[in-house]
Design a protein around this ligand. Structure first.
Ligand SMILES: NC(=O)c1ccc[n+]([C@@H]2O[C@H](COP(=O)([O-])OP(=O)(O)OC[C@H]3O[C@@H](n4cnc5c(N)ncnc54)[C@H](O)[C@@H]3O)[C@@H](O)[C@H]2O)c1
Length: 548
């Protein structure tokens, strides 16, 4: 067994880690020391000569050099990475899987005091007001440290060592938590093979009496039935409420029937529902939770890529009406969202590919690392290639896109302003989806065309630098999104655009990409929209911008 000790700089990772290792006769590895040994320089010198980027490259190499974890029962190695090493999702993927992780939680005030007294120079804190710097680091990294088992780090050294030792001696759990964030939108957990323990913990915290699983046949077969039996193994009684598969779940009559079933099961006001499925299931089960007994808690267990990186986050729940999609709904935040990337293995290629359109959107809104990951690994993720899972690329895309959405929604929970950004690619995308008849194109497939249109409109309006537009189109090309010509009449598409609900006082608000973010443009002339939409519908064979 191996243990990773994480925490802020100055939280005592080395001091505690060494003592725990000594107690078990295990090796102790201080990753920063390894980096210094390999480079022949002290860390502040590496920062000075190679910048933070150079240091991070060395850090990645040192983590890779650790090799595979020893998964035997005896503790053989304790690893203390530098405070920032675990910010990179790939580092966490390599370090945390197959190892136990402990978070030495020390308050920023205490850390700042310790750092003031410490002879070691910490580059990210040096030269700044230590209190402010440490507080910023603590806030920015809480979700990464939170992946570990929390041990209070301010106490007698011996009792902290004892507390860490309790974690070492606890029964093993097969899964890996990569990120755990406590937010106003609920707890977000992302990881690998972690469903049962995380759902168990969330149910306990909610004071649940049983696990009431709301699912649909596809997600139930792929994920739900196994999860329910694992929960039963942990002592939960499980109830099952099955809705129809796919968009057919998103009907008011289905919500009514499901609510009757909850009433028959005598589900009470404080009892949480467990929504296990993709976006359609999550939207409906969320609406059921929002309205049954005027609102019961719920936990989202997103089982599709769309749901993990987008729909399970943000609290928008609802169903469709014959007049249009998502017309009946409510904002209702889940208590927890538990995203396990291992459940995505059974998804088909079309679903994956389409879901990545939303990740491209989040990247285009300004996440450079997400952009790079999609450029490099997007096609293998779309194909469901095991290399994309094994390298941690899939988990990184889920984590980055999901977190980007959390940040946008936190800034604007009820869609009054900033959340508008999430409509990038959606104005024309929705119109194309509607014109194709729902079910004709997957949502993400339509968004692929919408993103191309936004990039081209942005360039024509001098909002999107041409190289940014080209980069967005190139990644869509690699993902084969918005490539095939569509046999849709431009008039039909424009009609649907005219009835789009995102009208502001009669004019459409276009979200257009900038060099590293977005801008809203309410003045886009319809003649330009028509030209560019025509070009987009003609498919990728048409040269970019030819329709302008
Ligand atoms: N609430 C929001 O903010 C939001 C955002 C984006 C999309 N959405 C909604 O999400 C829906 C689309 O999401 P979706 O594509 O996930 O819908 P979905 O729930 O219909 O799932 C798609 C298909 O995948 C199957 N499936 C689910 N999990 C699986 C697994 N692990 N392995 C194999 N198959 C599995 C399902 O049975 C279904 O057939 C739309 O209704 C859309 O409106 C909502």
């Amino acid at each position: 067994m191996e243990l990773v000790v994480v925490g802020l700089p100055g939280s005592g990772k080395t001091a505690i880690g060494r003592r725990v290792a000594a107690r078990h006769g295990a090796a102790f590895v201080d990753l920063d020391e390894e980096i210094e040994r390999a480079s022949g320089e002290r860390i502040p010198e590496i920062f000075e000569h190679e910048g933070e980027a150079g240091f991070r490259t060395r850090e990645r190499a040192a983590i890779e050099a650790l090799g595979a974890p020893d998964e035997s029962a005896k503790l053989t190695r304790v690893i203390a990475p530098g405070g920032g090493a675990i910010v990179d999702p790939r580092n966490r993927w390599r370090l945390f899987r197959g190892r136990r992780v402990v978070w030495l939680d020390v308050r920023p005030e205490v850390v700042a005091q310790r750092l003031r007294r410490s002879p070691t120079v910490r580059p990210l804190v040096a030269g700044r007001d230590p209190m402010g710097a440490v507080r910023d680091l603590a806030a920015a990294r809480a979700r990464f440290y939170g992946a570990g088992v929390r041990v209070a780090g301010v106490a007698e050294m011996q009792s902290v060592v004892d507390a860490v030792d309790t974690v070492v001696r606890a029964p093993a759990s097969a899964g890996t938590v990569l990120l755990r964030a406590e937010t106003r939108l609920g707890r977000l957990v992302v990881g690998d093979a972690l469903l049962a323990p995380e759902v168990d913990a969330a149910l306990r915290e909610l004071g649940a009496r049983r696990a009431i699983v709301v699912s649909e046949p596809g997600a139930w077969g792929a994920v739900g039935s196994k999860l329910a039996s694992e929960l039963e193994g942990l002592g939960w009684g499980a109830e099952r409420v099955l809705l129809p598969q796919g968009e057919d779940a998103k009907r008011f009559s289905i919500v009514e029937a499901a609510a009757s079933e909850l009433a028959r099961l005598r589900v009470e006001r404080t009892e949480p529902l467990l929504a296990v499925g993709g976006g359609a299931l999550g939207d409906t089960a969320g609406f059921l939770a929002a309205t049954y007994l005027r609102g019961v808690p719920y936990i989202q267990v997103p089982t599709t890529l769309v749901a993990q990186l987008d729909s399970s986050i943000g609290g928008k729940t609802g169903v469709d009406l014959p007049e249009g999609k998502n017309l009946l709904g409510a904002f209702h935040q889940p208590a927890a969202i538990v995203a396990d990337v291992s459940v995505l293995a059974s998804l088909d290629v079309r679903q994956r590919r389409a879901a990545l359109a939303e990740a491209v959107k989040m990247a285009a809104l300004g996440d450079e690392r997400l952009f790079q990951t999609l450029e490099l690994a997007g096609p293998t993720i779309a194909l469901g290639d095991t290399s994309a899972t094994e390298s941690g690329a899939l988990a990184e895309v889920v984590e980055r896109a999901a977190w980007a959405k959390v940040e946008v929604v936190l800034a604007d929970e009820k869609e009054a302003g900033a959340r508008m950004a999430l409509n990038l690619g959606h104005s024309l995308g929705h119109a194309i989806e509607a014109a194709a008849g729902f079910g004709g194109l997957l949502h993400g497939e339509a968004i692929g065309y919408g993103l191309r249109a936004a990039a081209r409109l942005g360039t024509a309006r001098s909002v999107t630098p041409p190289e940014r537009a080209a980069r967005i189109e190139a990644v869509l090309d690699r993902l084969e999104l918005g490539v095939a010509p569509l046999e849709l009449g431009i008039e039909t598409v424009l009609q649907h655009l005219a009835t789009d609900k995102k009208h502001a006082a009669g004019s459409l608000r276009w979200v257009l990409p900038t060099a590293d973010g977005y801008q809203i443009d309410k003045e886009v002339p319809m003649t330009l929209v028509r030209d560019i939409a025509t070009g987009v519908l003609a498919g990728r064979e048409a040269p970019v911008g030819a329709a302008r």
